[in-house]
Ligand binder design. Structure first.
Ligand code: HEM
Length: 457
């Protein structure tokens, strides 16, 4: 017999499910557009050109979908926390429900306008803020509503709060500040100073990436604390120290993108030194790997979340090694413009952010199933799509690294500009194969979740 659901639970479930479904639709758009885009790396690219799907539309479509998927998925976890904290206060609850519904409507409108304008090939030409500034106003408005709800629940007294609250709070300030900064190009001053423009653009993008990373890492710690029912780590000095390093790095990591432009040497040195501090994070992640056996014991109760958390830890270790290597300036100049950069950016956004957000959503879906008395799938039922997704990612990642290294060496020797003409014979096949497996695995996971999230019984 189904549990009796209170009106509070029904409303909470509706709003969190809207976040989850929007996030999963964005994830499918990301993977679908990525796979289509990868055809441009193969001999079949004339098909896309003849269909009128240019790469300059597909790429921003893909990256905007990827970034918004991570934000929306991470926020699903944050909102499930916020609602769980406002259970007792009906007035507060109603205000947050109303505000969050408005926030979702504004973002839906922003999403339709942003993707619509991309489809009609109307873009600003910027790297990530590709859409018209009017759409940015809608996005910002939604964030201000979210900030209000967050502080209404959490308050401003952060003294005894766990690290994930600090992370989520910092991400709000980081987003709002750097999102506004990313629009500095609209000021006529930057038209006359293109180098400043590049530096400010990448500085703001670095902090924007930092803001979604903080949402994701905060959610990761929150989910792990709920699984293990242990709050020690969330309050530990180690967690706060790593949070400090990560946040500091968000402000300086941009210099990797601007090592090649004439910029004050001290900016480059500070960026390099702080990025090397990530060795400490790598050390911590490697230590965590020893704890994976303990985490694995939770697989009976939380099969999907445990597996995805475990994979997130492994991918984090791999990505940190790659990131640290390509942050060393001589190596950075060697790999700049090669596919290693794509291995780094896609490796981190898929292997760490996507995997962690999926782990958080898996827990929310499991709670939803429990509430509706829907049987939980076992590890053997859920393991296969996750395995297909991860093997696909490994193929994609290794293929990009290999090709990046190969073309980096060629560039160094012969000054050949990396282009599709010099890619090795199997590159495009492996790229499409890896992408296809990621799509299959993710599609399988998402459909099973959308099915149970929509199941009202
Ligand atoms: C959750 C899944 C995915 C995420 C989060 C993601 C993320 C990203 C990001 C952040 C970039 C920008 C890279 C940069 O500027 O350095 C990118 C570019 C790209 N991605 Fe993905 N991606 C995903 C899945 C895929 C899949 C399955 C494929 C298919 C093989 C794919 C193909 C591409 C291509 C072709 C580019 C453009 C590369 C270029 O500029 O030449 N992506 N992706």
């Amino acid at each position: 017999m189904a549990n009796k659901i209170t009106s509070f639970e029904a409303e909470t479930t509706k709003i969190v499910s809207t976040f989850i479904i929007s996030a999963l639709v964005l994830l499918l758009l990301t993977v679908g557009s990525g796979l289509l885009g990868s055809i441009y790396y193969s001999k079949y690219f004339p098909i896309l050109s003849s269909l009128g799907i240019p790469f300059q539309t597909l790429r921003p479509f893909h990256t905007v979908a990827a970034v918004t998927w991570i934000y929306m998925g991470g926020l699903a976890v944050v909102f499930s926390f916020l609602f769980s904290q406002s259970k007792q206060d009906h007035l507060k609850q109603n205000a947050i429900f109303r505000r969050t519904k408005l926030q979702l409507k504004i973002w839906l409108l922003a999403g339709i306008l942003a993707f619509g304008s991309l489809i009609f090939q109307f873009y600003t030409g910027r790297e990530y803020i590709v859409f018209h500034p009017i759409i940015s106003i809608l996005i910002l408005w939604g964030w201000i509503l979210y900030a209000r709800s967050f502080f209404q629940v959490v308050g401003f007294n952060l003294k005894k709060q766990p690290v994930y609250i600090w992370m989520w709070m910092t991400s709000i300030f980081l987003f709002i500040y750097s999102f506004v900064e990313a629009h500095a190009y609209l000021l006529s001053y930057f038209e006359t100073y293109p180098l400043r423009d590049i530096a400010v653009q990448w500085k703001s993008y670095g902090a924007l990436v930092g803001s979604f990373n903080l949402i994701v890492y905060g959610s990761l710690i929150y989910v792990a604390s709920r699984l293990t029912k242990e709050m020690d780590y969330a309050y530990s000095n180690t967690a706060f120290f790593l949070f400090f390093i990560g946040t500091l790095n968000s402000f300086t990591n941009f210099a990797h993108h601007t090592y090649h432009i004439p910029q004050s040497l001290w900016v480059k040195w500070i960026a390099f030194s702080i990025s090397m501090l990530e060795i400490i994070i790598l050390f911590k992640v490697l230590l965590d790997m020893f704890g994976l056996k303990k985490m694995w014991q939770l697989k009976e109760r939380f099969p999907q979340t445990t597996l995805l958390l475990l994979l997130t830890t492994i991918w984090t270790a791999l990505q940190l090694i790659l990131s640290l290597l390509i942050s060393v300036p001589p190596l950075n100049s060697f790999v700049h413009g090669t596919l290693i950069v794509l291995a780094h950016s896609m490796g981190t956004t898929i292997g760490i952010d996507t995997m962690a957000v999926l782990a958080g959503i898996a827990l929310l879906v499991q709670q939803h199933r429990k509430m509706l008395n829907i049987p939980q799938p076992s590890l053997s039922q859920t393991g296969l799509p996750i395995a297909i997704f991860n093997i696909g990612l490994l193929i994609l990642w290794l293929n990009l690294i290999y090709e990046g290294l190969r073309t980096g060496v060629m560039l160094f020797d012969n000054q050949v500009i990396p282009s599709i003409l010099i890619f090795s014979k199997y590159f495009s096949t492996l790229f499409l194969m890896g992408g296809g497996m990621i799509l299959l695995g993710i599609f399988w996971i998402v459909i099973s979740w959308i099915w149970s999230t929509c199941n009202k019984r």
